[in-house]
Design a protein around this ligand. Structure first.
Ligand code: NOJ
Length: 787
């Protein structure tokens, strides 16, 4: 329904809405004799409003009416009201000027505005007061939940559960849309092989296969079946491409990525998102082999649109077009706008290069209007797909769905599956309620409401967090178990040992100690790279001091990245590693401690023993001088004794070449036995499929989930090939004694790879197959690919 806006501009969903509508009716009648644009008039005067018309036709008919300034407006995104500028430029315009910009049809999008009244007012200006009535698209970083905070993406990856990740994203979308957000800047699918890089927290880890599967799941979750659903939002896969390869793990740093590595490692999760129908994509801040991503035509135009057929729109990162000047790639803002537009960046976030220069670039003939049209079209298309032309407004009271019990239950479930058990000596876990009388909860992360939420939670609230201390107290109450508490340190960064005496006294009184340490939320995430990966502050000393008390210690680590905690792990009896697990981290950890569910997460990244080993990832190449084969059970060295007897191999003589924990690793309260693996063939050709069948039994005493993993090694290639590559995984649930036959269908085409000429090749020869519960899975057979 479209009201005339010639005389009255007051349809802003206020309590006087109906009165306003009536007045509108009267005034419209006065001018035109017809209060509402009839369907017929809509079709003729504004044909793009005809919902039944084909999408491209709607886009073209609207574009045909747009002035050049309005087109450039669609390519422009501004921060919302009161938002702080965080980059090199100031906010696009002053808050007061924002309204006029919208009214004049010169703004396509706003980010960081979630006040529903303000959002509705912005939309009213755009839809009812601007010449063509094009709604805004409102973007927001909904990274791991909106108000109900789920585990960090790295924790979600530790679940190896795409269905669950999809559900978490769907809930985040539902909550965000209820606050007027139609577009999230997620999922972040940068492959992260360096835990110094703070943004590893936002990633799905180091593996292209796992990350691709979760990338597609996230897109399905955010976008649902149809973007116009009232609980769908447009996703934005980011940060295209290779951002995680920042040299030295230092955020925003340069990357040097060979063509084959870009294709085989960094691009697959982006392509998975495109194949899943992602509506938008964000390019990164960084440069790749000397070319800033905001002007990287080869990747943005040739690969993304040309090869993959991406039809959505590309948004720059914050100020990143402007920052090509700082990179030394563009001379000034005009040159930056020119290069970004030619590369195919549709929308500029925050900085003003397009807004100030694009119109003149067209009139001076340096950019053709057709180029601008091609940049505008995908933005309009997404706005139509989101149904914004039909329903630009947000119901003010829809926010009541935030933190619903259903959402909290889902967050607890994801949090439980995201925790990885790294050690459980003498089966000290789960805790036995029938024996325990007193538990000591110690540590600066035991009751850290804000920190357990993790990085990037602009709409999460500390007050909503349920901490481990609160949850253990609650759950111990029913069994009359006394819970004692001492934080030991004021917080994770505290270097004073003043609180240690109280912590020791508390531990001495208890039967068992649950020691909760880690990283605060804001030392991982954007611009939070670290050169050391120890537990910060005096937490290492706290662990060693408590270890001397002689009580069993369960160590819980809440962090945004892998930490180098080999010595601390040696000093305790059990370890649960939780990548900041969100609002329900506490109840989830309590569920695991009591054995209500068995831990089932597996590491989505390799844990190094020492920072000096980084980058350290499982799918490395072999080198000409590989170190001796890895024996995980024996090779636990975390000290710095020199071993010069290692030979002239690719080694570190102080800590060895192997990780503290390998990719895919994680323990359970149960045990799993893998039976004989059956391969459907020993020789196959291109186009065929290998079936891999493996019986897996729960040989322990409790019901538990196992994540069955399939790896492959291409023994001889025209490029040196990784020692292992994940090619399939399955999460299965088994009762004690139960056996399930897991079947993988491995298309031979999945064994191909890109060479340095960027051609995908499938090479004949032998491929080893490995199946098991981690990246150390044993070899189960060999497949020959024949021509
Ligand atoms: C900068 C970050 O790199 C990006 O991930 C985020 O989406 C934008 N800022 C918008 O907040």
């Amino acid at each position: 329904m479209k009201f005339c806006t010639a005389l009255c501009n007051r349809h802003d969903m206020t309590p006087t809405y109906f009165l306003d509508s009536f007045l509108c009716f009267v005034c419209c009648l006065a001018i035109s004799g017809s209060p509402l644009l009839s369907a017929q008039e809509t079709k003729t005067e504004r044909p793009w409003l005809d919902k039944s018309a084909p999408l491209d036709q709607r886009v073209d008919s609207l574009l045909a009416e747009m002035a050049l300034e309005e087109k450039v407006g669609q390519l422009t995104q501004s921060n919302g009201i009161g938002g702080e500028a965080t980059g090199n430029t100031k906010n696009l315009v002053a808050d007061s000027a924002l309204y006029e910009l919208i009214r004049s049809g010169q703004l396509g999008s706003i980010l960081n505005e979630i006040n529903v009244t303000t959002v509705n007012e912005f939309q009213r200006l755009a839809v009812e007061e601007s010449r063509l009535g094009i709604p805004l698209i409102i973007g927001r970083d909904v990274i791991h939940g909106f108000r109900t905070i789920f585990p960090l993406p790295l924790g979600q990856a530790a679940t190896w559960n795409p269905e669950m990740v999809e559900q978490a994203c769907a809930i985040a979308a539902r909550e965000a849309r209820s606050a007027g957000v139609g577009w999230t800047f997620a999922p972040m699918v940068d492959i992260a092989r360096d835990p110094r890089w703070g943004r590893i927290a936002e990633s799905f880890g180091e593996d292209p296969y796992l990350a691709s599967s979760l990338s597609a799941a996230s897109v399905r979750g955010y976008q649902g079946d149809d973007l116009s659903n009232s609980d769908s939002i447009a996703a934005c896969v980011k940060h295209f491409a290779g951002y995680g390869a920042a040299e030295g793990g230092r955020d925003y740093n340069a990357t040097m990525i060979s063509p084959s590595t870009m294709r085989n490692v960094y691009l697959p999760p982006f392509q998975a998102a495109v194949d899943a129908g992602v509506a938008t994509l964000m390019c990164g801040f960084h440069d790749v082999n000397g070319i800033p991503m905001s002007v990287h035509k080869q990747l943005l135009s040739n690969v993304l649109r040309g090869e993959w057929g991406f039809e959505g729109f590309v948004v720059s990162d914050w100020d990143s077009i402007f920052e090509t000047i700082e990179h030394g790639s563009s001379k000034d803002e005009r040159a930056a706008a020119l290069a970004a537009a030619q590369a195919g960046v549709n929308m500029e976030m925050s900085s003003p290069c397009y807004r100030k220069n694009l119109t003149e670039l067209v009139t001076s003939g340096q950019v053709s209007e057709t180029t601008v049209d091609e940049l505008v079209k995908p933005i309009l298309r997404v706005k139509f797909q989101l149904g914004l032309f039909e329903q630009p407004y947000t119901e003010p009271d829809a926010a009541k769905i935030l933190l619903s019990q259903e959402h909290l239950d889902a967050a607890r479930k994801v949090a439980r599956q995201s925790v990885v058990m790294l050690k459980n000596e003498s089966s000290v876990l789960p805790l036995d309620k029938t024996i325990l009388k007193k538990i000591a909860i110690i540590g600066p992360l035991a009751d850290a409401k804000r920190d357990q939420l993790g990085t990037w939670i602009p709409d999460g609230k500390e007050a909503d967090s349920q901490t481990p201390l609160a949850a253990i107290r609650e759950s111990a109450k029913n069994n009359e178990i006394e819970v004692l508490y001492a934080s030991g340190l004021v917080d994770d960064l505290d270097r004073s040992t003043q609180g240690f005496a109280e912590a020791v006294a508390t531990a001495e009184q208890a039967d068992i100690v649950v020691l909760i340490v880690g990283e605060r939320a804001n030392i991982s995430g954007e611009a939070r790279s670290r050169a050391t990966l120890d537990l910060p502050g005096a937490q290492n000393e706290l662990v060693s001091t408590l270890a001397k008390v002689g009580k069993p210690i369960i160590l819980i680590v809440q962090a945004g990245r892998p930490l180098t905690i080999g010595k601390q792990i040696e000093a305790v009896d059990a370890v649960l590693y939780s990548f900041h697990a969100g609002t329900m981290a506490g109840p989830a950890l309590a569920d695991l401690l009591w054995g209500i569910e068995s831990p089932s997460g597996k590491l989505p990244v390799t844990f190094p023993k020492s920072v000096g080993q980084i980058p350290l990832y499982y799918n490395h190449v072999n080198t000409g001088r590989p170190p001796r084969p890895y024996d995980f059970a024996k090779d636990k060295r975390v000290d710095d004794d020199f071993d010069v007897e290692l030979g002239y191999n690719s080694n570190y003589i102080d800590v060895g070449p192997y990780p503290l924990f390998p990719f895919g690793y994680g323990l359970s309260y149960s045990t799993f036995t893998y039976g004989d693996v059956e391969l459907s063939a020993t020789k196959l050709r291109s186009g065929e499929i290998l079936a891999v069948r493996v019986p897996v039994s729960n040989s322990g005493k409790v019901a538990a989930d196992e994540i069955v993993q399939l790896y492959v090694r291409d023994l001889v290639g025209s490029l040196t090939r990784p020692v292992r590559e994940l090619k399939g995984f399955r999460r299965i649930q088994l009762e004690p004694g139960e056996t399930s036959v897991v079947e993988f269908a491995l298309p031979v085409s999945d064994l191909g790879f890109f060479n340095n000429d960027e051609e995908r090749v499938l090479e004949p020869g032998e491929y080893e197959i490995f199946v098991g519960g981690s990246s150390l899975a044993p070899k189960v057979g060999t497949l020959e690919i024949v021509e």
